[in-house]
Design a protein around this ligand. Sequence first.
Ligand code: BEZ
Length: 218
Amino acid sequence: MESDSGNTLMPRIGDKAPDFEAVTTTGKIRLSDYAKDKWLILFSHPADFTPVCTTEMSGFAQRKQEFNNLNTELLGLSIDSVHAHLGWVNNVRKNTGVYFDFPIIADIDMKVSKLYGMLQPNESETAAVRAVFFIDPKKIIRLIMYYPLNVGRNMNEILRALEALQTADKYKVALPLDWQKGDKVIIPPPKTLQEMENRLVQKDIELVDFYLAKTSLN
Ligand code: BEZ
């Protein structure tokens, strides 16, 4: 279904990631077959050969190993041809030595951009905004970021959010403001009177009140 902005209805947290087939710098990719059993960071940038995008794409490339260590693959996208992508990849490698060795979608027909609400016409009618979709191994969208054309993203925050999602899943906990790996985590609040009474006398936790209690994972 299309909205008046031309995007299909924007995907939301908890939705199955819309499937697509696309040409990329590493060949054709079908989302449902890509990064099987892994997390995926699908991210868009407005245009090749532009300054902010070059810093961001270099950031993803330089920290790719940290994503891979979190069982996560990268998949970039912009509304440029694969030839433009290849030229840019080669140009950045020549100028800085940084190599974008993960697939970048050439979304020249805007199909994927529209499917993921990356085309936001009041910001730009021809370039994708800076979107980041965190997609889990079941291909469920777990977190979405949208940034405008003139503000670069924060790679530390992207990695922190990814690790937070994985930690929340693994330990069935929630993560407080500014949580970083190694910090205490939030235990789910009690759901019954009995659970509340138990929580109030629990010794091995940091208890603010029955609904806010923290524990260490180690
Ligand atoms: C940039 O990456 O610097 C950029 C791209 C598109 C529009 C504005 C800035």
